[in-house]
Design a protein around this ligand. Sequence first.
Ligand code: HEM
Length: 456
Amino acid sequence: MMTAQETHGQNHQLGEESSIWFKLTALLKGDPQNPMRTLMAMADRYGPVIPVNFGNQRVVMLSEPEHFKHVLVTKGDDYIKYFDGLKPIFGKSMITNDGALWQKIRMPQQPAFHPDMFAEYIPYFLDAIQTKMDIWADLAKSGETVEMVEQTWTLAADMICKALFDRDMPFNPHVVFKCVKTYTDVQGHKSIRLKVNSGEEFEMTEEGASKAMEIWANVPPAVMGADPREERERTLLTMIQAAVDDPDVPEFDQAQAVDELKQYLWAGTETTALTLAWALYLASKHPDTAERIRKEGEEVYGDRAPAAADYSALAYTRAVVQETMRLYPPIWGFIRVATKAEEIGGKEIRPGDRIMLFAYGAHHSPKYWDEPEEFRPERFMGDAARKRKPYTYLPFGGGKRSCIGGAMSQVENTLALSILLRRFRPEYVGNEPPGINGTVTLTPKGGLMFKIRELS
Ligand code: HEM
């Protein structure tokens, strides 16, 4: 069995040729409008297990639900995390770890994501949504065009800071948003690769990506150092601080705490923001959906502020969020590294192989979904949802490494969608259909451009 060090090698930058994210960009070039279609065509042509050789590195693409289960659950311990190149974003936070260390780091933080906590978080989510509505009221008046992912990212970051950290955002979210985007857009790293290849002297400090990461590195300490809003006793941040003070978990030191915050400020914002932005795009394209969301809000919570019980009753709005993540899964593929030799679907797997679980492929497969390209929130309601085959829908991953914040993100997005649409009619004014970029996340090419209209 290989160690994590052996399997991970020495790659540290996302744009380096040895990084799997960079390698995948070569595969994604076939269809500039939606590179996911290229990968789906490959799966149709070559089957559900496709080994691809990139020089001395093999990437194996999987697109069958039973193989997802095999890698994530049945043989989960034999497939470890792959985070080379994403270290500047995630540091050594739990999302990057494996085995006993991962467990030690996750355990003290788990209670912050228990559904019992959601009722406590909702007022902070509502507070952040209100701030966004004030901004949108001005945008509706000025009539300017805005990019929606940036709008929803600032909302998601505000919600996380207030609810989980008991802080107001002590940073300019627009600046930080752009920094992270600069880094995760792998295609933007071409210049780095060309310089390395041509033997030119290569100065990271001059690169936009490097500068972006410098700004990013300053964000968690700013959050920790900011004044608490209400001195709440049990927040994710106080749990993290208690873990640092716990002599029984020496691994959870101050540097670990900083990296945990880094992880939340990216994993908990980018994905939630993309989902809400795509949901607003779909609502703009399907006015009947927007109307039904408004009507459901009126019936469920009327003129008062929604509470935890109302979230459960917003069944259609929640289904819209879920259907959005089926069509546009923010994490379109996850990567693991094989540590043992074995076979999957009759194909050889070697230690060190990078395994790409192509979630988007399963979400769009006609084998598991009727007319998969159609937007139909009803798939996630009642009987249809109960009959779904396991591992055909995995926006939050699967097995013990599945997303810690998945359930909470659905509360955030269901409430935000419901409340925002009751007052506004965000109108999508960009290209139709919007292009897709297969960066680390599934992002709209050039963003999603909107005009905000206020309902009378
Ligand atoms: C729509 C919203 C979200 C999506 C689609 C999403 C997706 C995912 C996925 C697919 C994974 C597993 C990756 C893998 O197996 O390699 C994951 C892990 C994780 N997510 Fe999320 N996520 C979302 C929201 C959040 C939120 C709101 C938070 C926290 C505030 C969060 C924190 C994390 C963390 C810490 C992990 C790592 C868990 C571990 O390794 O134990 N995510 N997420």
